[in-house]
Write a new protein. Structure first.
Length: 164
């Protein structure tokens, strides 16, 4: 039979356990809490407590970049050889350290301009503007690929347009 253990402080802790399964702890931030999750970043975190092995595994929500609006950007129909109106995405550094951008580039058929520069301060945002210039008819898919210190993999903004 599962048991539920609740500890309440500035951060509430709820634990679930079944006979041979480890305990699962979910941290919920209270609006008046000076903390926020396990690491104080005000994002939900997950902690796994294994009482048999006497170990704790913490999975921290450490994402530091958000995009708004979410992708993909859809340019819909655009005449071949003509350039669309620009669409913009806001990149926000939600982390507590400076975001360092190594490169940012758009795939063929799409072009981009950015106000981001090489560094984005914590809590700051910048704008990435993209246009679509089809060279042939049909659906064209592309990306803006961003290489930075927030992830070991490129961050991608998906792009879609149709050449007519």
């Amino acid at each position: 039979m599962a048991r539920r253990i609740v500890a309440t402080a500035s951060v509430s802790l709820v634990l679930w356990a079944a006979s041979s399964l480890p305990l699962l702890a979910q941290f919920e931030t209270r609006s008046n809490s000076p903390f926020g999750g396990v690491n104080g970043d005000h994002k939900p975190d997950l902690v796994l407590l294994d009482l048999d092995a006497l170990s704790v595994i913490a999975m921290l929500n450490t994402g530091v970049v958000t995009f708004s609006p979410t992708t993909p950007l859809n340019f819909k129909k655009q005449a071949v050889g003509k350039t669309s109106a620009a669409q913009s995405v806001t990149l926000t550094n939600t982390g507590t350290t400076e975001l360092k951008i190594q490169s940012m580039k758009a795939s063929a058929e799409f072009a981009m301009k950015s106000t981001c520069g090489a560094r984005v301060a914590p809590g700051a945002d910048c704008t990435i503007s993209t246009t679509f210039s089809p060279t042939k008819q049909g659906v064209q898919q592309g990306t803006i690929s961003i290489i930075d210190n927030a992830s070991s993999k490129p961050q991608v903004i998906e792009l879609l347009g149709t050449g007519t």
